[in-house]
Design a protein around this ligand. Structure first.
Ligand code: ADP
Ligand code: MG
Length: 270
């Protein structure tokens, strides 16, 4: 009998994008929004998508989230295709949590019910939902606000609730589209710190879209800069700054060098 040959222990990419392209075409418009995106995102990586307005960041995130089937190329998550023809792979969708710029909480539901809604939709019993919502409120720093209404919370707190909701089904991948874009600068710094902590604690793979260079350098393992439309991969920058990063890291030469290089590259597009 043949002996088992040892298999190489190479960890597969968590997300693999191959030749992604997106053309928006209707009777009146024909826009090539994205083209030639080829990228592997490792398990547990924090990737930031940066680029000028209209370069296709949201489009790319929606493609990875399975909300849009790209007109070209393919998305693989945990070794499985996200789409089989027109069929979306629901097993893959279970691994994803999504956060948008607006918290999009239901105003007629308490914070707890909003956070636990995805669990309710999956038939998780009420007592368990409550327990899990309590845990998540603690994780995102809004413990004690479980029974409040969304309107009673500040913008930053509502965004924390939206993150908690996205994490409720324990996604392996968290996708965020300018989640802090509507917040003031100080709240935003605070949320960046909190997100870093949540990411470290959860071990998720994160893809975050922003147009803030500072936010990108602060949070990212790698920053993918997209060119103006049609969005292409312009530069991919590794940010090798030790974790956890404090806000003061922003005044170090290493941080500022990355910030300046990205700023100059972005300015060169204008
Ligand atoms: P970003 O998030 O980087 O600002 P988007 O992904 O929203 O960019 O948009 C990229 C380009 O695609 C823009 O030119 C935008 O106008 C166009 N676009 C986005 N969504 C649609 C759509 N549903 N139909 C037609 N064009 C679209
Ligand atoms: Mg956008």
């Amino acid at each position: 009998m043949a002996e088992d040959t040892p298999q190489p222990v190479e960890k597969p990419a968590k997300i693999r994008l191959t030749d992604i392209a997106q053309r928006y075409k209707t009777r009146d418009i024909d826009v090539l929004a994205l083209t030639d995106v080829n990228l592997e995102i490792a398990q547990g990586e924090f990737l930031v998508l940066l680029g000028p307005s209209g370069c296709g960041k949201t489009t790319l995130l929606r493609i990875i989230a399975g909300l849009l089937r790209s007109t070209g190329g393919s998305v693989e998550v945990s070794g499985q295709q996200l789409w089989n023809g027109r069929e979306r792979n629901d097993a893959v969708m279970q691994e994803l949590g999504v956060v948008f710029q607006d918290a999009n909480l239901f105003p007629w539901m308490t914070i707890e019910d909003n956070i636990a809604l995805p669990l309710k939709l999956r038939g998780v019993p009420k007592a368990e939902r409550r327990r899990r919502a309590g845990e998540l409120c603690e994780l995102v720093g809004i413990k004690g606000f479980e029974k409040r209404w969304p309107r009673e919370l500040s913008g930053g707190m509502r965004q924390r609730a939206a993150i908690a909701r996205a994490l409720s089904c324990k996604p392996q991948i968290l996708l965020m589209d300018e989640p802090f874009g509507a917040l003031d600068a100080m709240t935003r710094d605070q949320m960046n710190l909190e997100l870093q902590r949540i990411w470290i604690e959860s071990g998720c793979t994160v893809i975050l879209v922003t147009h803030s260079i500072r936010e990108a350098v602060f949070l990212a393992d790698r920053v993918l800069l997209l060119s103006p439309r049609p969005g292409r991969m312009d530069t991919l920058t590794s940010i090798d700054i030790e974790r956890p990063r404090s806000i003061y890291v922003q005044s170090t030469p290493e941080f500022q060098k990355h910030e300046l290089e990205l700023r100059q590259r972005l300015d060169s597009f204008a």
